[in-house]
Write a protein that binds this ligand. Structure first.
Ligand code: GRF
Length: 191
């Protein structure tokens, strides 16, 4: 199975996926990183792993349709079958959704439908919830709204700081995402 990862930032989840592929926990092969932020640290991570990278700046295109058409061409050229969003800070548009209907997955750092959108960890922290977590879902046209594939909870200890919560969420993400992607690819079913 040939996959592509989409990311905008640090790329610690992309790194976790590369590691899982390397040590045989995932049978997929990541053949392309798509990144919308020239200079983002995730680019270097992909280059170090010998993964092709497509970096673009949205402002250089007339609209979303234009850059998504180019992305789809890059994906199809490499025979990409599934798309893994890992901190890609853009809504997926019609061009990508039509080309990869039901074959795009995303990870979000809260228990959806609570705290969708940006800064989900901070949102949960400031709301004072006692349990938050991580959600993996299939992508549709909404913001963090597609069918949920898997969730794992993270409990907030009494004097946990925001940074500690962030670390706890990341630990869960890095273990959960590769495992769930592997199941999703193999079974195409809920896990
Ligand atoms: C993760 O928390 C993920 O859930 C969210 O964006 C963050 C990306 O972090 N969608 P990283 O770039 O993988 O470190």
């Amino acid at each position: 199975m040939r996959i592509a990862c989409f990311a905008s930032g640090s790329g610690s989840n992309v790194e976790a996926i590369f590691e899982a592929i390397e040590d045989g926990r995932m049978s997929a092969r990541c053949v392309l990183l798509v990144c919308d932020r020239p200079g983002a640290p995730v680019i270097e991570r992909a280059v170090r792993r010998g993964c092709d990278v497509f970096v673009f700046a949205a402002k250089e295109y007339p609209d979303k349709e234009a850059f998504e058409r180019e992305i789809v061409a890059e994906l199809e050229r490499r025979g990409v079958e599934r798309i893994i969003l890992a901190g890609y800070m853009r809504l997926i548009g019609q061009v990508l959704l039509e080309a990869y209907q039901g074959r795009i997955v995303n990870i979000h750092p809260s228990l959806l439908p609570s705290f969708p959108g940006k800064d989900a960890i901070a949102q949960a922290f400031h709301a004072g919830v006692k349990i938050t977590g991580v959600t993996i879902h299939v992508v549709d046209e909404g913001m963090d709204t597609g069918p949920i594939i898997a969730q794992e909870s993270v409990r907030l200890d009494n004097d946990m700081t925001h940074e500690e919560l962030q670390k706890a969420i990341q630990r869960v993400e890095h273990e959960l995402y590769p495992r769930v992607i592997e199941e999703w690819i193999k079974e195409g079913a809920n896990v």
